[in-house]
Write a protein that binds this ligand. Structure first.
Ligand code: NAD
Ligand code: UPG
Length: 514
């Protein structure tokens, strides 16, 4: 019978979502054993490191949560099979990146890791289980997961006891396991993951309408009800839950692209985008959040999830709807390009041989995650013009920065060597005017610093790519004195005090500042 009272949870995928989410469940539910498994041995070793500063995910407050629960009822392991076997409820929290090959390349979500999890659960499970989609998935993925899981109940499956097939050899006498699939998308934002998990606006659970589905939903509601008020735990039909996740991200990203589109108009007209955002945000129907104009949104989710939504719309023959949402991503590409171009234009139409210092590489503050960070695309565009880039980020490693730039070149290589008719023609990563940069060129032209003042010394210009708080409190007079003149600052996050910097002597340009 599908359990409605869970004592043992497994989570497949110990990444930015699986790790923090399960750590908080374990912290808040000491009566439940939570095992997080991953095939990446290094990641698991890092989660188990006694030095909490080495956790693979940097999130404010996460170290305390892990310290409280790890070894008590929270475990990190590479033994995926045992975790599946023992758990009553299994979360799938693996990556679902944009496909980089074949059908749907550049648009659709790549579900191969999710499918592998479903197959492994089907193979290993011997008892009834609840399978929870925690990864962000296209609407109706639960159907595919169910199909794979149900196949393990077929008379030909090695684990099936085949009670329906008279005379067939039965490997054992226990009945084949039953599964119920739930959708429980995660809405945490990086940098505030622990806060968001402790105090979510809502928890969304979608389930199937049969009796098993209802029992499974009840079981998951009971887990969250240990700390989330029940009125904030929403239960819906499974397809609504799946689609709500993509919709939420599309709406959030749309607000950023909307304000970024207007930032370009502000620069032409003399308006100030922050004043415009404040003026419209005070209308309670619009609200003040997610109206901060920037160099462009990054992160592993917004672009991927919108492209996935666009792909779905095209699949269901809704081209007008697809075009509408795709524009959000195109505008974001335009914003990143506009920022890089402004640097080159302002520095007298070339940055060749010039030292451009980057403050920040992460896609937002308070995280070490760099996936789809605007910094990568801006750096690439400046490197195309032979800039010397010097980078400081308080949390991102040297290896990560080089890997990000290399990955972009690899992506460009794939796009140019294959027929990319089906893929998105992104300005940032597929533009025909850009050449593929060699590794040696990247190593020679990109320098990473542990000390921000070293990164900034003798720079022709500074570009702020991430809104880390510490950048505001630097000694800007000292920085000015150590820079080449005219000393340019391009504030891609509008975090610096423009008037103060101008008084020091800087030539400062913000986003959407006319
Ligand atoms: N990062 C976020 O802030 C965020 C927020 C909400 C939702 N999501 C969604 O959650 C999902 C996971 O995102 P993430 O950022 O945690 O990804 P991630 O890449 O940080 O982590 C995924 C992990 O899954 C592991 N994995 C892949 N296949 C596996 C398998 N078969 N068995 C065991 N481990 C396997 C990988 O090794 C990796 O460590 C994605 O669908 C994403 O869209 C992410
Ligand atoms: O007003 C704003 C708000 C954000 N950003 C940028 O937008 C990107 C995304 O920021 P944010 O949404 O705060 O972080 P994520 O961790 O990407 O979280 C988003 O993506 C997650 C993964 O799906 C969802 O769970 C979250 O609800 C959703 O906010 C970052 O580059 C931010 O700098 C802006 O430029 N202006």
């Amino acid at each position: 019978m599908i359990p409605n009272n869970v004592k043992n949870i497994a989570c497949i995928g110990a990444g930015y979502v699986g790790g923090p989410t399960m750590a908080v469940i374990a912290q808040k539910c000491p009566h439940i054993k939570v095992t997080v498994v991953d095939i990446n041995e290094q990641r698991i070793a890092d989660w188990n490191d006694t030095d909490l500063s080495k956790l693979p995910v940097y999130e404010p407050g996460l170290d305390q949560v892990v310290a409280e629960a790890r070894g008590r009822n929270l475990f990190f392991s590479t033994d995926v099979e045992s975790a599946i076997r023992e758990a009553q409820m299994i979360f799938i929290s693996v990556n679902t990146p944009t496909k980089t090959y074949g059908v749907g390349k550049g648009m659709a979500a790549d579900l191969k890791y999710v499918e592998l999890c479903a197959r492994q659960i089907a193979e290993v499970a011997t008892e009834d289980k609840i399978v929870v989609e925690k990864s962000t998935l296209p609407v109706r993925t639960a159907q595919s997961i169910r199909t794979i899981l149900d196949a393990s109940r077929s008379p030909h499956h090695p684990l099936s006891s085949s009670p329906l097939l008279p005379g067939s050899p039965s490997p054992d006498s226990s009945p084949a396991p039953r599964f119920s699939v739930l959708s429980n998308p995660e809405f945490l934002a990086e940098g505030t993951a622990v806060k968001d998990l402790h105090n979510p606006d809502r928890v969304l659970i979608g389930g199937e309408e049969d009796e098993d589905g209802q029992r499974a939903m009840e079981a998951l509601v009971e887990v969250y009800a240990n700390w989330v008020p029940r009125e904030r735990i929403l239960t819906t039909r499974i397809w609504s839950s799946e689609l709500s996740k993509l919709t939420a991200n599309a709406f959030l990203a749309q607000r950023i692209s909307s304000i970024n589109a207007l930032s370009a108009l502000c620069e032409k007209t003399g308006a100030d985008v922050d004043e415009v955002a404040h003026a419209i945000g005070t209308d309670t129907r619009i609200g003040p959040k997610f109206l901060k104009s920037s160099v462009g949104f990054g992160g592993s989710c917004f672009q991927k999830d919108i492209l996935n939504l666009v792909y779905l719309c095209r699949h269901f023959n809704l081209p007008e709807v697809a075009d509408y949402w795709e524009q959000v991503v195109k505008l974001n590409d335009y914003q990143k390009h506009r920022f890089a171009k402004q640097i080159i234009d302002t520095l007298f139409n070339t940055v060749s041989g010039k030292k451009i210092a980057f403050l920040g590489w992460a896609f937002k503050k308070d995280t070490n995650d760099t996936r789809e960070s605007a910094a990568i695309y801006v750096a690439d565009e400046l490197l195309q013009d032979h800039a010397e880039i010097h980078i400081y980020d308080p949390k991102v490693s040297k290896e990560r920065i080089y890997a990000d730039l290399e990955y972009l070149q690899e992506h460009r290589r794939e796009n140019s060597s294959r027929n990319s008719d089906n893929s998105r023609n992104s300005h940032s990563c597929n533009s025909s005017q850009f050449v593929q940069l060699e590794s040696s060129f990247i190593k020679d032209h990109v320098h990473i610093h542990d000390d921000p003042y070293n990164a900034l010394e003798n720079a022709h210009a500074i570009a702020i790519l991430t809104e880390w708080d510490e950048f505001r409190s630097y000694d800007w007079l000292r920085i000015y004195e150590a820079m080449r003149k005219p000393a340019f600052v391009f504030d891609g996050r509008n975090i610096l005090n423009k008037e103060e910097l101008k008084e020091i002597g800087f030539n400062i340009k913000g986003i959407g500042k006319g």
